[in-house]
Structure formats: structure tokens, C-alpha cells
Design a protein around this ligand. Structure first.
Ligand code: KIV
Ligand code: NA
Length: 271
């Protein structure tokens, strides 16, 4: 088994860009797997697959079910699963209880959690007990109610210095990687230079060690909300609409199914 590990990702820093995409299902994971080193099972599943307005309504059970599906579908990429809102913020003990369930029930290699300095002790607690942690900083969607919307972060000298300090502290507390979301390019450059762990960016400029996007976003399969940092590499929604329309038309006309899609009797029909 030559699955990419958090250690392998760390060795890529400074040498090769790390490529990452999200997946929520086995089928998408197997399509994405040959092209990336890292698959993130994001709590964006709540918005993209469940039609929720934020990521706050996603349960641990939901992350475990989707995480297990993704691990079954991917055999090469490192799989990291988001800890959902409310499953880790209370205490390091709560975080360990839930993160250990995520790993033991899915076979994923680590978890991602959102936050700032308040998550440092929890990060260290998990790492010391065997759970690789990716720290998600910058725009942290689980804080949407406090941030007052999905807004880019670290766009002033002061907030950039603060975020850089938080990034350095996460590295010191054992995080194996950072995910930086929606931050200014100077902030991303300073953070990437300041830490010896990989920095994966989403909306965070090419200064990062790697890039991630939500797969449904790059495929044009999710348009409820489209941040500035998304680039669409395909427009699959019209293709799906056309296929559904064609199927509906053929069923109504009686041109589907044909004999090619039907089963015959194994014996001569009775007279
Ligand atoms: O939930 C999500 O999709 C994420 C991405 C930034 C990876 O956290
Ligand atoms: Na997320």
C-alpha cells in the first residue's frame, strides 16, 4: 500500500506543489484520487450535498459516513476529514473522543479543525495521542455568525501579523499542515515562509505550498454560492440537465427502453 501519508505531504514542502480536492462520495473520490495527493472530506458537504445555508448543521455521524465512503473510493491520496461544528470546540477531551471515532470508523489519516489560538491546546492533545491535525485558519466558515459572513481575512498589517503568529503556534503545537482560506497574498506568503509545515491554500494566492478547491465548484455542479477564488474547469450542470431531459423525452415517447435494455425468457415461453 503506497497511500500518501501526512509525512509524505510534509516532505513535499519546498519541492513540489501539493494538489488537493474535496470529495464526499466513493465515486467522486475514485475520480479525484489519481490526480491529487490529498483528499479533504469537507463539512462543505452540508452546503453542497444537503442544501444547508452554512456548515454549522453537519453532524459527526454525517462526516463519518461520507469519510468512510471516500476512504473506500480512494486508494492513493491521503484522506483528511473535517471535524464538524460542535464536535471539538468544548475541550481537548471532547475533541479526542470524536476525532478518534472519525479515524477508527473511516480509516482516514487525520482530521482538520477550524480555529485560532483557542485550538492550540486541543491540537497538541490530539497529536500527542496519535491523531494528525490539519489546522484551518483565516476564513473559518464555522465562525460565519461571528465573522458576519464569508469575508476574506488578513488584509491589514495587524491582522496579517496576528494570523502569522497563529500559524507559527499551530506548527509548534504539532499540526502537520495548515489550511489557509480566503486570505491576502502577502499574508499567505508570510505564513508559508514562517512555518516548516505545508500550507494548503483556498483563495489564498499561489504563495502557498499547495492548493485545494471544492470539487463540485470546479466542475460547475454547485452554484448556490460561488466565491471569487473558484475557477470552473468544467460546466457539468447543463450536461446533466440535457441528459435528464433526453431521458424524460424518450420515456414519454416510448423510445426508451428498447430490446437492448430488456431481459428475455431463459426458456421457450409457454403456449
Ligand atoms: O469544507 C471544505 O470543503 C473545506 C475546504 C476548504 C477543503 O474545508
Ligand atoms: Na470545511
Amino acid at each position: 500500500n503506497d497511500r500518501v501519508t501526512p509525512l509524505v505531504l510534509q516532505k513535499m514542502k519546498g519541492n513540489t506543489k501539493i494538489v488537493s480536492l474535496t470529495a464526499y462520495t466513493s465515486s467522486m473520490a475514485s475520480l479525484v484520487d489519481p490526480h491529487v495527493e490529498l483528499i479533504i472530506v469537507g463539512d462543505s458537504v452540508g452546503m453542497v450535498a444537503y442544501g444547508q445555508a452554512s456548515t454549522l448543521g453537519v453532524s459527526l455521524e454525517t462526516m463519518i459516513n461520507h469519510g468512510a465512503a471516500v476512504v473506500r473510493g480512494a486508494n492513493r491520496a491521503c484522506v483528511i476529514i473535517d471535524m464538524p461544528f460542535g464536535s471539538y470546540q468544548e475541550s481537548p477531551q471532547q475533541a479526542f473522543r470524536n476525532a478518534s471515532r472519525v479515524l477508527s470508523r473511516t480509516g482516514a489519516q487525520g482530521v482538520k479543525l477550524e480555529g485560532g489560538a483557542e485550538m492550540l491546546a486541543t491540537t497538541q492533545f490530539l497529536v500527542e495521542r496519535g491523531i494528525p491535525v490539519m489546522a484551518h485558519i483565516g476564513l473559518t466558515p464555522q465562525h460565519v455568525n461571528r465573522l458576519g459572513g464569508f469575508k476574506a481575512q488578513a488584509r491589514t498589517a495587524e491582522s496579517t501579523a496576528q494570523l502569522r503568529d497563529v500559524a507559527v503556534a499551530f506548527a509548534q503545537h504539532g499540526a502537520f499542515a495548515l489550511l489557509v482560506e480566503a486570505i491576502s497574498e502577502p499574508a499567505a506568503a508570510r505564513i508559508t515562509a514562517a512555518v516548516n509545515i505545508p500550507v494548503i491554500g483556498i483563495g489564498a494566492s499561489p504563495a502557498c505550498d499547495g492548493q485545494v478547491l471544492v470539487t463540485e465548484d470546479i466542475l460547475g455542479l454547485f452554484s448556490d454560492y460561488s466565491p471569487r477564488f473558484v475557477k470552473r474547469y468544467a460546466e457539468l450542470s447543463p450536461l446533466i440537465s440535457t441528459a435528464c431531459a433526453q431521458f424524460a423525452m424518450e420515456v414519454r415517447q416510448g423510445s426508451f427502453p428498447t430490446s437492448a435494455h430488456c431481459f428475455t425468457m431463459l426458456e421457450q415461453p409457454m403456449e
